[in-house]
Design a protein around this ligand. Sequence first.
Ligand SMILES: Nc1ncnc2c1ncn2[C@@H]1O[C@H](COP(=O)(O)OP(=O)(O)OP(=O)(O)O)[C@@H](O)[C@H]1O
Length: 310
Amino acid sequence: MLELKDITFTYIDQAVINGLSFVAEQGQNIAVIGESGCGKSTLLKLIYGLYDLDSGTINYNGNPILGPKYNLIPGEDYIKYLAQDFDLMPYITVEENVGKFLSNIYRDKKKARVQELLEMVEMTEFAKVKAQYLSGGQQQRVALARVLALEPQILLLDEPFSQIDAFRKNALRRNVFQYLKKKKITCIIATHDSTDALSFSDETIVMQHGKIIVKDAPQNLYRSPQNKYIASLFGEVNELELNGKLHLVYPHQLKLDPKGKLKCVVQQSYFKGGYYLVEASSGSQTLFFENDTFLPSGASIRLEFLNKTA
Ligand SMILES: Nc1ncnc2c1ncn2[C@@H]1O[C@H](COP(=O)(O)OP(=O)(O)OP(=O)(O)O)[C@@H](O)[C@H]1O
């Protein structure tokens, strides 16, 4: 069990992490989401032991994780951290990078392990290519394979799929998260991509100003967001006053209906593949809703609120 108790950390003068506590059980996948600069990367670095805490404690199975003041070489063997800058060795090949931390004693075993990891990240054909000749997304995939090579007990991922093309991203995510579950590796993933949180996390932490404002199952966070900040991390959201009460309403919860209560004028229709995201104005309010077909700008319409979240 990974346990953070009331941790505080300051880079220069202002606390970036501000009295933060949470527990991750072994094998849990926890997504950390929140606006840019709220402290997600710093949190991962603190868990890895890259900095000394101002106060509070981080323990893994009862043992403290300590910063550079107490640990000459930061980072514990059982934790791997994938930073946003990948940290690959440019002049050695993809397979050498992936196998860098694996022992050379059992060469066949090492070869098989590297092969398995390259298959998982779909980089087998680049095995002999030097890392310096890879694209950003390819480097990211190799870096992912490398942090998995030694089967850490805790994996800290900072935006691990940010440079991967949409074509590969979904398959890669499924491969990686299934692998982590199978091996019971605890994963903390800092992300801006709501799919990482919604589809793959057991629990999602929402951060703001260096604090956790909520930690819950992603289904609960999405269906009953406490405020607009939380809801908007999952995409577009409308604030709608109905019967004197303010509701947070996702675009798919508003439907075109000639008898609907909300009178609107269409501003823009954005093609989204399977549907259009339509921007409309209702008095001084801007609303977004989903519609199967294109609606021309200036069209007068009516919308009805569907009280369902899924
Ligand atoms: N090395 C540093 N020295 C001083 N301040 C820093 C340093 N690294 C980060 N900060 C500041 O700490 C705050 C939190 O940064 P952090 O990178 O943890 O945020 P984040 O939530 O991961 O952001 P993003 O989503 O943009 O990656 C920011 O205000 C940032 O400017």
